[in-house]
Design a protein. Structure first.
Length: 540
């Protein structure tokens, strides 16, 4: 009978502390059966940092005697723990049969589209997956060329292409749960090459290099299950018959008939937004968050967080918000977002003559710098209009201004944090990770005063929590404009558009997600809605 041992001191590596576990349980080492690490985390609250872990321990001789002694943090292993700790597939594939008229089309090969397609395919409903950008290998080559000064490819870039924007990100998958629908996603990630630590660590991290290696395996699995995948294939419009979506119009002019249509194009496909509205899918503007990437030497973050040499500890990170610390302030709330330890700030535009920044890390997180977005709330009242696309125009105006301030060659406006706080125009900048270069700029020339006030308040508050956060080595690189979609497409409980049957808008672009896991989860739920509506059990 197995027991669960929680909050146990763990070695820093993969070694199992068998002797310590046996001593804690009051048994001999030879009385232990299998020992499995099911969760691990770093406790950095005390001066002496330590790893703690939960272990599943099999006791072939029986667990009753051990449990009767009530050792600290020990309880009987329950069947529910198998799902909670990711030891079983919580949503095994269940083949169904479907009417011949049901031929799904998935638009977009980011997390939402890929996991929607995967769920459909595993259940016996293959369809067509369309992606306007390239396959990951060709896409990485196009992005690297742009970062080296070659022309931007507006159809295959950091935003468009296999894997979506998450392919050029930190690959963070922050969630403490590993059961239910989330468990299904994590199991698939591990099966396609993610480190099994993703099932064990609450703050799991894939790394952009690992994501790129996983994508061809996901693609291969979809093809094996019958999905047709077309890269370099944009959708320009949607086919509508009697308030029902029956297919798509391709950028090449051709038509592809099929339904339901899942639209998972991410938060930057502005032409797709326009096409959805033309087709009759209702949407509303929603508040967004905009700011800049703040970059420091990683060693500064390590020293401030650990208060000791990092040694074998992982690169330190942080998450801050002004929500609880700025009562009475007139400045808008702000928080850090997508913190990248040992990472770099990267160009992230998919539109010509626009500057957008983002952050990413490789799996090892060994880069000299750390960065995070510091983003400020922007209400819809700030937008130039009340229509669903007003937020897009707000974003675009900032991105165009940033391009001009950067000199018109995709360099990013940047400013030392101390200069921004002091109201100085800015001077010489430290070396940064940004591959296309930075131009010293007074960010007050880029952002409206409301955004500047929010940034200033935020870094002053965060500096109290992490000494040096607003110090001389800190630099803002701007703008980070696309943390959230500026509109939301309205859906019913079955996830179909409220104005267009058989159209399901999902993920970040639809206004229902904010990262790799939440987007994948939204795609999974859209697929499950289709399976529940059209699938019939296969007779056995």
């Amino acid at each position: 009978m197995p027991v669960l041992v929680t909050g146990f001191a763990a070695p820093e590596g993969d070694e199992l502390p068998l002797a310590s576990l046996a001593d804690h349980l009051g048994v001999g080492v030879d009385e232990l059966g299998g020992v499995l690490l099911v969760k691990r985390s770093l406790d950095a609250r005390q001066r002496q940092k330590r790893w703690t872990a939960n272990y599943r321990v099999d006791l072939p001789g029986g667990a009753d005697e051990v449990l009767s002694r009530q050792p600290a943090g020990v309880r009987a292993w329950s069947p529910r723990d198998d799902g909670r700790y990711g030891l079983v597939d919580p949503l095994p594939a269940r083949p169904l049969r479907f009417p011949k008229a049901v031929r799904p089309i998935v638009v977009g090969a980011g997390p939402a589209g890929l996991f929607a397609a995967l769920r459909l395919a595993e259940s016996g409903l293959p369809g067509v997956l369309l992606e306007r950008g390239g396959a990951v290998r060709e896409r990485v080559a196009a992005v690297n060329a742009f970062w080296r000064g070659k022309p931007l490819d507006p159809e295959s870039n950091v935003v468009y292409g296999e894997g979506g924007a998450g392919t050029f990100s930190d690959g963070k998958i922050y969630t403490r749960r590993r059961d239910g629908e989330l468990g299904w996603i994590f199991h698939r990630l591990v099966s396609f090459g993610a480190d099994r630590a993703a099932l064990q660590e609450a703050w799991a991290h894939l790394g952009t290099d690992k994501v790129r290696a996983m994508l061809p395996r996901i693609r291969q699995r979809l093809v094996e299950l019958g999905f047709e995948i077309r890269f370099d294939t944009a959708v320009s419009d949607f086919l509508v018959e009697g308030e029902r979506c029956v297919g798509v119009v391709l950028g090449s002019g051709g038509r592809l008939v099929g339904a339901p249509v899942i639209v998972a194009t991410g938060h930057s496909a502005r032409d797709t937004y326009e096409a959805l509205l033309r087709a009759g899918a209702p949407a509303v503007a929603r508040p967004i968050r905009i700011g800049a990437r703040i970059e420091h030497p990683q060693s500064l973050i390590d020293q401030a967080r650990y208060r000791q040499p990092r040694g074998e500890l992982p690169p330190a990170s942080y998450r801050f918000t002004t929500a609880r610390d700025s009562r009475g302030s007139t400045a808008r709330p702000a928080h850090t977002f997508c913190m990248c330890p040992g990472g770099m700030v990267v160009p992230a535009t998919n539109h010509r003559e626009r500057v957008v920044v983002n952050g990413m890390s490789f799996a090892a997180r060994r880069a000299f710098w750390a960065n995070s977005a510091v983003i400020v709330e922007v209400p819809t009242a700030d937008f130039p209009g009340a229509d669903p696309l007003a937020g897009l125009r707000y974003q675009d105006a900032l991105e165009a201004r940033a391009f001009a301030l950067g000199g018109g060659n995709y360099a990013a406006p940047a400013q030392r944090v101390q200069d921004l706080l002091a109201g100085d125009a800015g001077g010489e900048l430290p070396r940064t990770s940004y591959p296309q270069g930075v131009v010293s700029t007074d960010l007050r020339a880029l952002f409206p005063e409301s955004l500047v006030a929010g940034l200033v308040q935020a870094v002053r508050l965060f500096d109290r929590k992490l000494p040096g956060f607003a110090g001389p080595e800190a630099v803002f690189i701007a703008p980070e404009t696309r943390t959230t979609a500026p509109l939301r497409f309205l859906r019913g409980p079955d996830l179909h558009s409220t104005g267009l049957r058989d159209l399901l808008t999902v993920g970040e672009g639809a206004g229902y997600a904010g990262g790799i896991v939440s987007a994948a989860l939204d795609g999974l739920r859209a697929a499950n809605a289709i399976l529940a509506e059209h699938g019939q059990p296969v007779a056995t």
